[in-house]
Design a protein. Structure first.
Length: 323
C-alpha cells in the first residue's frame, strides 16, 4: 500500500483564552504566542507512538492512549479507516502545562491539524473540531470547546450549543492586544470546576447574559467602550479568583493602567488583559510582574495580537514510502 506523499510535518497551534470573563464555557479567543508544536513522522511500523515530549518536565504521559495528541491522532485514523498507518509523534510544549491558556487544546489541535494535512484533508472542519473536543475530555475530564475551537478556527469563537456542537466564529477587531501573565502557581482544571456553585441566582444569570450579548455586539461594531463595560463576571470570577494570589490587586493595576478588561484565562492561574496598544500591554505586565515579585511569586508574561488563522504549517517534507 502506498503511504501518504508527505512523510513529515510540523505544525504550530496557538494558546487560547477561554471564558473571556463574561462567557463561561461558551466564549474564547486565540493568541499568536505562546503555542505548542507537534511533529509527525510516517514510519513503516503500523500504530501511533510518541517518540518524545519536550518542555513538560516529564509530566505528560507517553502512553499513546492517554496522551491527548496521540489519542486524537489515533481516533482520526480510525475515523478514516487508516489504522494501518505508522505515525510517530514529537510534542514540543511551548507554554506551561496547567496554565489556563489551553495547553492541552493547543497540543491536540496541532496533532489533528498535522494528521489532517498528512492524509490529504479528508474530513471536514466540523469533524476535526469534534475530535478535538473528545481530546479535551481525555485531558480535563470534560469535553469543552472554548479552548479547542479558537485554537482550531482562530479569532473569537462562540459555542452556541454543545449538544449538538454548534460553533460560531465572531469578528476579531484588528487593534486588540492580549496581555497574558502566568503566575508560577498551579490550579487543576478539575479542581477549579469543583468549587463552582451548582446553582446561581436568576438575577446573576440575567446580568451575565446581558454582558455576553453586549460583548458579542461590541465585537461586531468594534465598540471598545461597550466591550470594556461587558467584561464583568458575577458568577465565576468571584469564586475562582480566591485561588489566585493577589488577583484583586492585579485587576486594579490592569484597569487603572488602561486595560479594556481583565480576567482569569480559562480556569487559571493565568490572567489576561485586553488592550488597545502594545505599549499599554507592556506597561501593565511590567507592573503586574513587579507586584507579584513583591509577594515572592514569579511569573511569565506574553504580549500578543489575536490569532486569526488558528494552527499553521511550519514544515512539510514530501517523499513516497512503499509498504
Amino acid at each position: 500500500m502506498e503511504q501518504p506523499a508527505m512523510s513529515y510535518i510540523r505544525v504550530f497551534a496557538p494558546a487560547t483564552v477561554a471564558n473571556v470573563v463574561c462567557g463561561f464555557d461558551v466564549l474564547g479567543f486565540a493568541v499568536e504566542t505562546p503555542g505548542d508544536e507537534v511533529e509527525l513522522f510516517v514510519v513503516s511500523q503500523p500504530g501511533v507512538r510518541i517518540r518524545a515530549i519536550y518542555g513538560d518536565n516529564g509530566r505528560l504521559p507517553l502512553d499513546p492512549e492517554k496522551n491527548t495528541v496521540s489519542a486524537s491522532v489515533m481516533h482520526y485514523l480510525q475515523q478514516i479507516g487508516r489504522e494501518d498507518l505508522g505515525i510517530e509523534i514529537v510534542l514540543h510544549k511551548r507554554m506551561p502545562v496547567g496554565s489556563g491558556m489551553g495547553s492541552s487544546a493547543a497540543s491536540t489541535v496541532a496533532g489533528l491539524f498535522a494528521i489532517h494535512h498528512l492524509m490529504g484533508q479528508p474530513l471536514s472542519t466540523a469533524d476535526l473540531l469534534q475530535l478535538a473536543v473528545e481530546g479535551e475530555q481525555l485531558a480535563c475530564g470534560q469535553g469543552h470547546a472554548d479552548n479547542v475551537a479558537p485554537a482550531l478556527l482562530g479569532g473569537f469563537v462562540l459555542i452556541r450549543s454543545y449538544h449538538p456542537l454548534d460553533v460560531i466564529q465572531l469578528p476579531t477587531p484588528e487593534s486588540l492586544i492580549c496581555a497574558l501573565l502566568h503566575p508560577h502557581i498551579e490550579i487543576q482544571t478539575r479542581d477549579a470546576r469543583k468549587i463552582l456553585k451548582p446553582y446561581v441566582p436568576l438575577s446573576d444569570v440575567t446580568i451575565q447574559m446581558g454582558n455576553l450579548a453586549g460583548f458579542i455586539s461590541a465585537l461586531y461594531n468594534q465598540d471598545f467602550a461597550l466591550l470594556s463595560r461587558c467584561m464583568q463576571d458575577v458568577i465565576i470570577e468571584p469564586v475562582r479568583s480566591i485561588l489566585i494570589p493577589e488577583y484583586q490587586s492585579m485587576k486594579s493595576i490592569a484597569l487603572s493602567g488602561g486595560a479594556l478588561g481583565f480576567g482569569i484565562s480559562g480556569s487559571g492561574p493565568s490572567v489576561f488583559a485586553l488592550c488597545h496598544e502594545v505599549s499599554t500591554a507592556e506597561t501593565i505586565l511590567s507592573r503586574l510582574q513587579a507586584h507579584l515579585q513583591q509577594h515572592h511569586i514569579a511569573s511569565d508574561i506574553f504580549i500578543s495580537p489575536i490569532n486569526r488563522q488558528g494552527p499553521r504549517l511550519l514544515d512539510v517534507r514530501e517523499t513516497v514510502h512503499k509498504s
